[in-house]
Ligand binder design. Sequence first.
Ligand SMILES: Cc1ncc(COP(=O)(O)O)c(C=O)c1O
Length: 409
Amino acid sequence: MLTDIEKKLIKKEETFCSNTYHPLPVVLKKGKGVFVWDVNNKKYFDYLSAYSAVNQGHCNKQILKTFIKQAKKLTLTSRAFYNNELGASLEYITNIFGYEKMLPMNSGAEAVETAIKICRKWGYEIKKIKNNHAKIIVCDGNFHGRTTTVVSFSSHHGSKENFGPLTTGFETIQYNDALSLEKKFKKDKNIVGFLVEPIQGEGGVVVPDEGFLSKCKDLCKKYNVLFIADEIQTGVCRTGKLLACHHENVKADITILGKALAGGFYPVSGVLTSKKIMNVMKVGQHGSTFGGNPLACAVAKEAIKFSIENKLSEKAEKLGVIFREYLNNLKNDLNIIKSVRGKGLLNAIVLNCPVNSQIPWEICLKMRDNGLLAKPTQGNKIRFAPPLIISKKQLILSLKIIEKSLRNF
Ligand SMILES: Cc1ncc(COP(=O)(O)O)c(C=O)c1O
């Protein structure tokens, strides 16, 4: 039951904000580590982590210190001038991720747009395809953001309905189908890129078969096509490796990062690639007033430093195994669980109910009542993605809440 204050705040948000989301009815006012608190001071485990943006935990102390220190010194210069944070932070970040250059942006969708621009330009200037003929292959069930170009190749009808005319130059294959990718490559010399999520997060935590990513990477190499990994949700230790592509020892030609790159303090995204590829971009051809600002840079560097120093990948890997094992054991007992899937601490349960059923929503309400926040995704799935700083004890406690909630269905 919602309290009067919650009802009032929800009404205000619904009145003055666009209705482009369908939030779970809970109004949050505070966050610390793996927990968030609502306006009535009720405490919850956060099992969404702002769609994996707060991998380092809410209001992470170490990042906060850097954030405040930098905010007092210099926040924004634009790139009309040099600043003393940009070069040093990007040196650190590119070294950690194994790339030569990064183009800093703000939101995830912007970074995807940026990668598309770089890839197309590479196609014309390095691969030497005919002007205006570049094609990029994407996967069915993808989610890469909400800008006009990005929704143009979404498989979700509602995301693009009445937003036309849409951007052309994209073709879709089934996720997890390397054979179809090769067929496309064989048929069409104008293909310049293959854009893929190593695990489809918004698509319902769809994990491809082992070998899919490496096969696709090999094909890209063979046909001189850029392999572009959208690691906005899967990157920064979420799946048990620094990047999800590392599970298959794949180094993407272009890696896109966002979300946890700045630990939830600030919207920071970026496109990482080699000098040769990045250098197709020239003065005035891309940018953003806020991209690469000193506050963003200092925060991103600290967020990555924290993730490495605190071995968040190893933690996610280890705790993910426990998480899935617990729920898989429960599956034998609880008919509502159809399957459990995921990697590291990006997991989902597929429920034994139709895609359009209300049950997933009701389970999330029940979990909320029991002190844990998560949301349904793609109808009959519930994603579980806690901050990666969660302890084993906290993980077991939260699993007990999930179990207790599921037992009602
Ligand atoms: C894989 C992936 N790409 C891109 C995006 C878009 O990021 P943003 O919401 O910051 O624009 C998301 C967001 O969920 C995502 O999961």
